[in-house]
Design a protein around this ligand. Sequence first.
Ligand code: PGA
Ligand code: ZN
Length: 433
Amino acid sequence: MTAIRQLTGRRVWDSRGNPTVEVDVYLENGTMGRAIAPAGASRGEREAIDLRDGGSRLRGKDVRRALDNINGPIAQALIGLDATDQAGADQAMLALDPSPLKDRLGGNATVATSLAVLHAAARDGGKPLWRHVADHYGCAPSLPLPEIQIFGGGAHAGRRVDIQDFMIMVPGAATLDEVMDVTFEVYFAAGDIMARRGKLAGVADEGGWWPVFDSNEEALETLVEAIELAGEKPGERIVISLDVAASEFGRDGRYQLALEDREMDSGALIDMLGGWLDAYPIAAIEDPLGEDDTEGMIAFTRRFGSRVQIIGDDYLVTNAALLDAAAAADACNAVLIKVNQAGTVTESIAAFDAAQKAGWGAVVSARSGETEDVSISHLATGLGGGQLKVGSFQRSERMVKWNECLRIADEIGPGTFVGGAPLAQTWWGKEQA
Ligand code: PGA
Ligand code: ZN
C-alpha cells in the first residue's frame, strides 16, 4: 500500500480556450500522478456533468466550484487511502456524491482526480500507465486501431453539416506507423480537393477540415475522392466511419437535417443512413439515432448490425447498466468509452467489462475539448479494447494522443497492433470474408 499524501486541483485551459481542472496526486513516497478533465460539446443527457460556476465571469464557464470540491471534500476523503486501490478511491468520491450525474462534486472534478490516482499508482509500481492498466484489470494490452476524423461537422463546426464526424480507419494497415502514413495522405488530399472547390472554411474543433458542403452526402463523396486521390481503393485498406451524433438534431423520433432543409422520422433517417451504407465503404457508425430513440436504435441494429459496427456514445454514456439494457435489446453492438461521461475510472471499466461480456467492441474516445493529457492512449492500449478515437490529424491536443501511441508502440513491441488480423475476425472481417 502506498497512501495518498496530498491532492491539489488547479485551473488550466483546454483546446477551445475554456477553463478546466487539473489534479496532482502525491503519494507518501513522493510519487506524483497528474490528469486533466476534458470537455464535450455534443454531450449526452445522462453523462456526468461538468460543474461550472455560471454567472457572468468567463461566460459562466469558470471551474472554481469544481476546484473547491477537489481541494476540500475530495482531498479530505482521499488522503490516507491506498493509491493502488483505484476502486477504493473512486468509491470514496461516489460516497460524497451519490447523485447519478455527479452534480455535487462535478464530473470534471471526479474524472481528473480518478485519472490522477491511476497515474500515481502506475508510477508507484514503476510501470507505464498502459502496463499498469493491463495488469490491474487483467487485460491483454494491444495497440488500438485509430478512428481519425477528416471532416468535422455538427456541434464541432457551427453545424455547417449535420453529421458530426466523417472519419477513416485503416484496418488493412500492418502497423500504427502505416496508419499515420495513410492518414496523412488522405487528410491532405481532402484539404486540397476542398480548397480547389472553395469548400474549405478552416479547421473544426477536433482538427478535421471545416467544410462548406451543400449536403451531408457531398462530404461522403469528397471523402471517397480523397481516399482515391491518396492512391487507395476505398473499402480495401481504408474504411469510413461516421459519428452521426443524431441527438444533436433529433428529439422524440423527429430529426431536422438543417443543411438539407428536411425533417424526417426515425424510419426515414434509417433508410437514408442505410442508403449511405450501401453506397460507401462505411464500416462503423456512431449514434445513428437519438439517445432517446431506443426503438430506432433497435430497428437500425436489426437491419445493419451484422455488417457494420454500431457504436453507442450519447446513447450509452459509458454506463454499464445502460449497456446491459442495450445489449439485451440488441440496440447497438459497440460502445464508446469516455471516462468523463462516467466520471471515474472504475465506472468506465465497468462499462468496458459489460461490453466484453456482451461480445461488443469498445472504442476509447477523447472529447471535443481536449488538452495535453494522454491518459486515453494508455487506457485504450492497456485494456486492449481495439479502437481509439481522438479527433483528427492536426492540432496538438489530438496529435499528442497519436504520438503517445507511437511511443507506446516502441515500448510494447511489434505484433500487438489491432489492425488487420484480430479485427478481421470481428466486425470488419464479416464483410470482407
Ligand atoms: P463531444 O463529441 O466530445 O463534443 O461530445 C465527441 C463525440 O460525440 O464522439
Ligand atoms: Zn459521438
